[in-house]
Ligand binder design. Structure first.
Ligand code: NAD
Length: 351
């Protein structure tokens, strides 16, 4: 057995988990000393933002309901102006990765403290990674200043998450854990979180496609998403995230769907070169071949399974390959041009 050697830095987040956790919103913002709180959401989640506003009482200074996918700079400018006009000292993001992303941009730009109330499984609330999109280019970076100070995970808020989003968002979360298991900066803490996160989601997602309102499965899925998000926040991602980032940026593909499609193919490619990750996933998925188990799970969940289904044209694949090869990233298995072409071909056609 090789003696492990690693660095692990815990991220300073407070997590409040459980049905009804939203009810402690006022207490949590008070704990942080916030006096003027702006609530952020997408247009579709206004009702939830209004509930948060009611809970905050006189501490709430308004709702900005314009959060959008990929955090466009124009949206950030509008939200920053709303925060300035309201003299906000903090914000509460109620929603998925897009809303949390907007809150992070406000933390970066205006120094606002962020409280996150996640309603999908994307996991952004657990990471110091921010993103901003300008002129169709998404820029990302890491900065501890964007970390939410408190995260309220309330499974009740996910009871109505539509099944297709549940599935793709859940597989998106699992991809964080899979890549954390072979990351160059992994550690026993991350490995334990990743294995449990995959186990939770693999158990919960099939239940949720049959009974989307099952409270126990919703709680298990959200717990899994938390753990997988924490893995993303603590490690450097590899080929899978690189591919999804390029596919999303170059071809404007939907985020969670792209992750859902790519995960089984990249796992099949990488796991033979990552025996410890393979063993952890075999335990979590209770399967001898975890890559095949991920493919079977995606089938069982009715997830999109090919890039072709997402509207990718075959002639786009070479641009994706060139962009992926252009910038280095960590990966357990070296990737050459021919192998990447073959991988993309399989993910495109579903073979
Ligand atoms: P999203 O936030 O765009 O949400 C998708 C849609 O679902 C939205 O219209 C939203 O209003 C709706 N929705 C969310 N929760 C709901 C609920 N409980 N019930 C009904 N509708 C609900 O999607 P996402 O997949 O959560 O986030 C994707 C974005 O997050 C991408 O831009 C991605 O880059 C980013 N992301 C960032 C990080 C990071 O660490 N920075 C991590 C993961 C994802």
């Amino acid at each position: 057995m090789t003696v492990p050697s690693f660095v692990y830095e815990a991220l300073p987040m407070r997590v409040v988990f459980g049905p009804g956790a939203l009810g402690s919103l006022r207490e949590e913002t008070d704990r942080l000393g916030l006096r003027r709180v702006l609530v952020l959401c997408t247009p579709g989640q206004r009702a939830l933002a209004d509930r948060a506003t009611a809970l905050l009482g006189e501490r709430a200074v308004g709702v900005f309901a314009g959060a959008r996918m990929h955090v466009p700079v124009a949206t950030v400018a509008a939200a920053a102006e709303a925060a300035r006009a309201a003299e906000a000292d903090g914000c509460v993001a109620v929603g998925g990765g897009s809303t949390v992303g907007l809150a992070k941009a406000l933390a970066l730009r205006r120094g606002l403290a962020v409280v996150a109330v996640p309603t999908t499984y994307a996991g952004s609330e657990m990471t110091p990674i921010w993103g901003l999109t300008e002129n169709a280019r998404k820029q990302t970076g890491r900065d501890r200043a964007v970390l939410p100070r408190a995260v309220l995970y309330d499974p009740d808020l996910t009871l109505g998450l539509p099944v297709p989003v549940t599935v793709t968002s859940g597989l998106n979360a699992m991809a964080h854990a899979v890549e954390a298991l072979y990351a160059p900066d992994g550690s026993p803490v991350v490995a334990a979180m990743a294995e449990q996160g995959v186990r939770d989601l693999a158990a919960a997602l099939p239940v949720l496609t049959d009974r989307p309102g099952d409270p126990d499965a919703r709680a298990a899925a959200l717990q899994g998403a938390w753990l997988c998000g924490a893995c993303l926040g603590s490690t450097t991602m590899g080929l899978h995230h690189k591919l999804c980032h390029v596919l999303g940026g170059l071809l404007d593909l939907p985020h969670a769907e792209t992750h859902a499609v790519m995960l089984p193919y990249v796992a099949a490619f990488n796991l033979p070169s990552a025996p410890d990750a393979r063993a952890a996933l075999a335990r979590a998925l209770d399967a001898d071949d975890p890559a095949q188990a991920l493919a079977r799970l995606a089938d069982r969940l009715g997830a999109p399974r090919t890039l072709r289904e997402l509207g990718v044209r075959h002639e786009d694949l070479s641009r994706v390959r060139d962009d992926v090869l252009a910038a280095p990233y960590a990966n357990p298995r070296p990737v050459d041009r021919a192998e990447l072409d073959a991988l993309l071909e399989r993910a495109w056609s579903g073979t």
